[in-house]
Design a protein around this ligand. Structure first.
Ligand code: CMC
Length: 462
């Protein structure tokens, strides 16, 4: 690897540190590379040169701390709001190539997992590291289904909410309340406790979600049917009214299961980073999952599926699309369900969901908003504004249309995202807890406030 390349400047003109970018052509007067996996940094404030190790195309931020003007300086830091270029962990769970539109869980392409596996197999893969064989899957499924029932207190908890409370607010509270029922879960160093919490979170999340739906509809709660599949049981708890035995439509059951798979993990996204960050204080995983769900709730993340449907309603009809796109380009709102921090190509999950939509609509009837979505996509994909910024449909653009066709209320959409993402959160949390390089998450800041000053008495303040 070429050690010395183009000169990049960090800092203002008075304080310049030269960083030689090893990936670019080196300056004319630079010495040729030695192939050594290190980076040489010259601090122009002092004239000193430092050599820091490059591993996995990354330098350790703490290696920069040795770069000081005076012995009592704190040392050099990096400034990276929103973590645009900072890796916070080493992980073996999910791989994304955003330029090529590739997503793998533990090395397996998402397309194959969606076609060949069930959600519970994928959850096992994410958490345990390998796909289960038949015996392992049976054992895993038995353990999860042993925990599907929710404590009766949940009914009282949910009754405390106003009739029109957003399901996601209730879901976050319900997850947090699990920590009060299972206080041993704060023994996060005990693998048995971690395993138990994983079973409970995966098992109980759909029960809580369905209870929340039924509470908001005023329907009596429907208890789990452990003879059904994971997705089938969820549909049973959502929609069973009066039947002795609920039989989910096999295509809708399979579709929901695939949607759970597509949402299961996405490396260090906002909610997963929250799961890790909250969990890094060694709080129990239920509280960390509540924090992760809260992060997911926002419109820029898992709340986007709900926002897409509201946007399609607002657009109303295909003829209003040009005016809507014009407003977006003028900064008067975003095209929800478009764009991604990592994908600069078509989100592979969106391609799968688009195909699933046809199968679902063949059963439920076509969602009339599909025409608006397809036309929005067509126009956006040929518009310079979106092309230049590499904005493509993401996972949330089409998922809501399917959820709506399956009769899920729009406000439930982020909860559905959370159900799928639960296994990823658990896998990432467990990886963080068992990683000896991890510590409590605690970013630094650049303090730009006042220097020390005396507090004036109240009467002295104007
Ligand atoms: N509509 C219009 N313009 C957009 C959009 C959009 N959806 N997304 C990004 N841009 C523009 C943005 O205004 C900026 O333009 P400029 O360079 O002129 O200032 C440029 O593209 C870069 O945007 P950014 O906000 O710096 O990009 P980011 O990486 O910080 O944000 C994002 C990623 C997903 C938050 C953003 O694309 C967005 O807000 N999308 C809509 C919400 C959405 O669909 N979220 C779901 C994400 S996928 C599911 C998940 O994992 O949660």
């Amino acid at each position: 690897m070429n050690l010395l390349g183009d000169l990049t400047t960090i800092g203002n003109s008075d304080e310049v540190v030269e960083v030689f970018n090893t990936n670019q052509e080196r300056p004319m007067d630079a010495p040729s590379g030695t192939g050594k996996p290190t980076l040489s940094i010259t601090d122009n404030r002092t004239g000193k040169t430092y050599e820091v190790k490059i591993e996995h195309d990354t330098i350790q931020a703490t290696d920069l701390r040795q770069i000081k003007v005076n012995a009592d300086d704190f040392g050099l830091m990096t400034y990276d709001p929103a973590f645009m270029n900072t890796a916070s962990c080493k992980s073996t769970i999910t791989y994304i190539d955003g330029d090529k539109g590739i997503l793998h869980y533990r090395g397996y392409p998402i397309e194959q997992l969606a076609e060949r596996c069930s959600y519970l197999e994928v959850a096992y893969l994410l958490i345990r590291g390998e796909l289960p064989n038949k015996e392992q899957l049976d054992d895993w499924t038995t353990h999860i289904f042993a925990h599907t029932y929710a404590h009766e207190n949940f009914k009282k908890l949910l009754e405390g909410f106003r009739h029109d409370a957003h399901p996601m607010g209730m879901f976050i509270s319900a997850l947090a309340s699990l920590s009060t029922l299972y206080p041993c879960a704060n023994r996060i160093g005990d693998p048995k406790e971690r395993e138990l919490a994983a079973y409970r979170l995966i098992a109980k999340a759909p029960t809580l979600a369905a209870f929340i739906y039924r509470r908001s509809m005023g329907f009596p709660y429907a208890h789990p049917d452990n003879s059904l599949s994971y997705a089938g049981n969820f549909l049973n708890m959502m929609y069973r009214i009066g039947e002795i035995k609920y039989a989910p439509h096999p295509v809708l059951e399979k579709t929901l299961d695939v949607l759970f798979i597509l949402h299961a993990d996405h490396e260090q996204n906002c909610s997963t980073s929250t799961m890790r960050g909250v969990g890094s204080s060694h709080v129990d995983p239920y509280s960390a999952a509540a924090g992760a769900s809260a992060a997911l709730y926002g419109n820029l993340h898992g709340g986007a599926n709900e926002a897409v449907l509201r946007m399609l309603d607002e657009v109303g009809s295909v003829d209003k699309i040009p005016a809507f796109i014009k407003d977006v380009k003028e900064g008067k709102g975003r095209l929800m369900g478009f764009g991604h921090r990592v994908y600069k190509n078509y989100d592979p999950r969106a391609s799968i969901i688009k195909r699933l939509a046809d199968q679902v609509f063949a059963i439920t009837g076509r969602n009339p908003k599909l025409d608006i979505a397809l036309e929005l996509e067509r126009i956006a994909l040929q518009d310079d504004y979106f092309i230049k910024r590499k904005l493509y449909p993401n996972v949330d653009f089409y998922s809501g249309l399917i959820y709506q066709a399956m009769q899920f209320p729009v406000a439930m959409f982020p909860v559905l995202f959370a159900l799928g993402r639960m296994s990823g959160w658990i896998a990432q949390w467990a990886e963080m807890i068992t990683d000896s390089e991890q510590k409590i998450a605690r970013p630094r800041q650049i303090y730009l406030g006042h220097a020390k000053r005396d507090v004036p008495l109240l009467i002295q303040r104007s």
